[in-house]
Design a binder for this molecule. Structure first.
Ligand SMILES: Cc1cc2nc3c(=O)[nH]c(=O)nc-3n(C[C@H](O)[C@H](O)[C@H](O)COP(=O)(O)OP(=O)(O)OC[C@H]3O[C@@H](n4cnc5c(N)ncnc54)[C@H](O)[C@@H]3O)c2cc1C
Length: 389
């Protein structure tokens, strides 16, 4: 693959993660889905491998993976368990990346090293009132001397069940300021935070929950970036996040494809293996084409982001949308190839079918991705850098 030539570490990382996932994640995957929880032992192993701190630079104790490398880790972990894959990507990218890019040195020292030593972070933007319309969020941060008092409710927050700290988008300005009145804070898990686990349809085990911030006092120094630019930072985190979230969907689709191919080669109908029936073979070919297309788009998006090419924002939404659209096609066909067994709780594709739907919703819905793509095509999307303010 061309990307293995561009980054010779890529095949090494892929085989290292696959070996880890097959040994420690795959045997746990069914239980994680059933019980909706990842064991403390597996969380520790993920931390030790650097999977929950992927983007943390080596100087803070992390592996310092590029976005392309992070995408491959997300793909390989999710091939075994989407819950594990998304846990790693949220902590290791969506939380780590804004801290690396925009936090003060003091915050980096404290929280990047925390991630590198196995701590887990969560990214808290969505609220019961508003997901797509995040600029309407209502969680408040009120200044009191050298501190802010944060009060509000966030929902669908991945990792919140396990998180040691949260990146929280809160309103420091007036509601009519919309996105300009939003600031990003680091908030430690403590007595003022209350997490209620949610029973989601797929990506189970990812510790997705509702989080109540009940008058949490945080030092002003816990602002990531500056007051009033939190929304822009959150959007940059989401742009990167779309690439790695898409990678988790790619891992799910890859697993479904492998299951379908295996089943089509062994299951017989009318005297011959399913794969020798032209219509089933056509399904398998269709899946293989879409899988390669998604992979190429995701890696291109990640490579562009790593190179600092501003076009990565358009590509990130294309990556997320293609993983959602074709990923769902792939898993649907994989279930179809399995017939009645695919529809039973005994089959692996039944879980993958529930999992893949998430890619059409989390990290910006399909509809929102299309809006971003068109905005980018009409020159209305600009990457944000604090220095360019
Ligand atoms: C498993 C899971 C994990 C998640 N993890 C996190 C997390 O870690 N952190 C976090 O902050 N959030 C997280 N989310 C929240 C997720 O980002 C939101 O659910 C998503 O952005 C959609 O927001 P919503 O649910 O409020 O739907 P709504 O915004 O209410 O949208 C409902 C429907 O209307 C459509 N719609 C809305 N506005 C428009 C528009 N302007 N144009 C066209 N169509 C529109 C949407 O596409 C959708 O189909 C997670 C969600 C899920 C399901």
């Amino acid at each position: 693959m061309v990307f293995d030539t561009l980054d010779p570490q890529l095949p090494v990382i892929r085989s290292m993660v696959r070996e880890f996932a097959e040994k420690y994640v795959e045997p746990e995957a069914k239980r994680i889905d059933g019980e909706n929880i990842i064991s403390r032992e597996l969380l520790s192993r993920l931390g030790e491998m650097g999977f929950t701190s992927m983007r943390v630079p080596e100087e803070y104790g992390g592996p310092g993976f590029t976005l392309l490398e992070t995408s491959v880790v997300a793909e390989e972990l999710s091939r075994s368990s989407s819950g594990v894959g998304i846990l790693a990507t949220v902590s290791g990218d969506m939380v780590a990346y804004p801290l690396v890019e925009y936090a003060s040195e003091e915050l980096k020292e404290k929280y990047l090293t925390k991630l590198a030593s196995g701590g887990i972070g969560a990214f808290a933007l969505t609220e019961p009132c508003c997901g797509s319309d995040a600029a309407s969020l209502t969680t408040k941060a009120v200044r009191d001397g050298d501190e802010y008092i944060i009060t509000g409710r966030k929902t669908f927050i991945t990792n919140s069940v396990y998180a040691d700290f949260f990146l929280v988008a809160a309103r420091t300005g007036k509601p009519e300021d919309r996105h300009r009145g939003i600031t990003l804070f680091v908030v430690d898990r403590s007595d003022c935070t209350e997490v209620s686990k949610l029973e989601m349809m797929g990506y189970r085990g990812s510790g997705t929950g509702e989080v109540l911030f009940n008058e949490c006092r945080v030092p002003a120094g816990n602002i990531v970036g500056e007051e009033g630019i939190g929304f822009k930072i959150a959007m940059m985190a989401l742009n990167e996040g779309r690439i790695v979230t898409a990678s988790t969907g790619l891992g799910v689709a890859q697993a479904a494809f492998e299951e379908a191919l295996k089943y089509a080669k062994t299951r017989k109908s009318m005297g011959k293996p399913l794969i020798d029936h032209q219509m089933v073979a056509s399904h398998i070919a269709d899946m293989a084409v879409k899988l390669e297309a998604i992979r190429s788009i995701i890696y291109t998006a990640a490579w562009k982001a790593d190179q600092g090419d501003p076009d990565y924002i358009r590509m990130a939404s294309i990556a997320k949308y293609s993983a959602a659209k074709w990923g769902n096609d792939i898993v649907r066909l994989a279930l179809q190839v399995h017939g009645g067994f695919g529809y039973s709780k005994e089959s692996k594709v039944e879980r993958l079918y529930r999992d893949i739907k998430m890619i059409e919703i989390g990290d910006g819905t399909n509809e929102i991705q299309k809006l971003v793509i068109v905005k980018a095509l009409t020159g209305k999307v600009k990457p944000f850098r604090m220095t360019a303010k």
